[in-house]
Design a protein around this ligand. Sequence first.
Ligand SMILES: CSCCC(=O)C(=O)COP(=O)(O)O
Ligand SMILES: [Mg+2]
Length: 248
Amino acid sequence: MNLAPVRTVVLDIEGTTGSADHVHTVLFPYARERFAAWFAAHRGQARWTSVLDGIRAATGAPDLDESGAVAALHAWTDADVKAAPLKALQGEIWAAGYADGTLHGHVYDDVPAALARWQAAGIGRHVYSSGSVFAQRHWFAHSNHGDLTGLLDGYFDLTTAGPKREPESYRTISRALDVPPGQTLFLSDVRAELDAAAAAGWQTVAVRRPDDPRGPSVDGHPVLADLARLDPPPHPGGTTPAPSTRTP
Ligand SMILES: CSCCC(=O)C(=O)COP(=O)(O)O
Ligand SMILES: [Mg+2]
């Protein structure tokens, strides 16, 4: 694999750093079962109104009531729609599960060491997922490998960057990081995301885990089965994370 010097790596979560199966069989059902209870518990509060307004805007149904909102959340979950109001509420509900020890974030065994190697080499490490930034932080803070947030410089999601299959989202991240596109390496399991990043001028490596039913090849991108031997050449200028993306 022939990579040009890299200032920062940007990692997808589901299917790349963590198990897609865990997201779909543990996290998604956990939130799905609790949407109705969340609305009941927050009725009359400002957060209830803002969540309902977000769902009304995303569905184009200004008169949607609470039960209609729950139905929309269920439908989005079942179809794996990357809708920002769903992602925000999932993150909030998962946080309670992390806090009481019911949930953890699944991170593949090779990931913590890879992040530590890149950190030691002066390469930045950012996350870009459809999951909310709040959810991403909790995932890494409560991972099966312990709190990994110290290995990460920042996070991007649908609200701060945009949809993951749009080149403009990657341009937005490049501006926020103040890192030239060609000095940024994106890792993902989804070809459409890698294509969008490449269209924005980023370097790309596909990650296809051995248990991935889609198999080990991704047209147009080099592919790895894990991050164990991924050591991009560090750019001599290094990287300084932009303040807005730093882990608090
Ligand atoms: C901790 S974020 C949970 C993952 C998630 O909700 C999701 O939709 C996965 O999106 P990704 O962009 O990481 O594939
Ligand atoms: Mg993914």
